[in-house]
Design a binder for this molecule. Sequence first.
Ligand code: IPM
Ligand code: MG
Length: 370
Amino acid sequence: MASNKNMLVLPGDGIGPEVMGVVMNVVDWMDKRRAVSFDIQEDLVGGAAIDANGAPVTDATVEKAMNADAVLLGAVGGPKWDNLDFSKKPERGLLRLRKDMDLYANLRPAICFKALVSASTLKPEIVEGLNIMIVRELTGGVYFGEPRGIEDLGGGIRRGINTQVYTTPEIQRVARVAFELARKRNGKVCSAEKANVMESGVLWREEVQKQHDDGFEDVELTHMYADNCAMQLVRNPKQFDVIVTDNLFGDMLSDEAAMLTGSLGMLPSASLGDVDETGRRKAMFEPVHGSAPDIAGQNMANPLATLLSFAMALRYSFDLGDDADLIEQAVENVLATGKRTADIAEAGTAPISTTAMSEALITELDKMAA
Ligand code: IPM
Ligand code: MG
């Protein structure tokens, strides 16, 4: 029977297919044990798509992504494709999906699981109980701004150009997402930019403040320069609830926030667009980590960021909050037993493999659902 829950799965490159395999095991488990089934289509993105089709994503794949209720993506990139022309690199596939689907709000929650407090490089009291949400603008800024390129100025001199640019609607819509999220959390938003050196930062600050004053007065808003925000994230991360920031600062601040949680292998993300006339919100879910070519194919990658991204899909795209809770709790329980992949293993303990982590999760889910 068709389930009406259409998910496009794009495992991608490097550890992508391995970590996605774990999610597919959980999808099978949900089908058998929770009677929740998905119509899943699988397709290629990144280097895998370049090898098969000559482009990092095809029009047909983009079309499928547009029509899916949710897209689940593994990771893209690797040394094999590093020397390709810029417009043909694996990363362009990911960026095209984000742009064409207009996924302007990228939610990157950094939660420090109790069992992982000691896996962080920061002192336990700094990260224990940490739960912050970075809202990164995802379809604008220097990632997409024009003009861009590398120019030959002659005489052996070249010039590289990228443009940081934001319009007021682009800032307003992502600010609204941040304020709405804060209302369901601890009611605080910190907006990060460089208004001290960039006009686009001045505009960002003014527009975020205007959105706040126009209907979100109940949310506490502060502004911070992005460099200070980077420093405050390691000094006292628990001062934050929601951080809203632009595409490039968000890229950097979210990697930094990931390490507060113990490992980049733990951080999921959701990229959301607006709700359309049929009530559907275009959405893509992906781990914050990359394709990790150094450990790909060795059955040692941490699948939890991708599994937690799937949990976010259940919550944000399929309105299955209970199932999302169940998966998140299973992750927490497995970690509490001390079973860890290499990136989060405690000193002196043997790490487990990706597939062993998958088995541990299924066993835990069985136990919880019994
Ligand atoms: C991320 C990644 C991507 C980005 C790369 C792979 C294009 O670092 O999702 O944070 O820079 O946005
Ligand atoms: Mg990044």
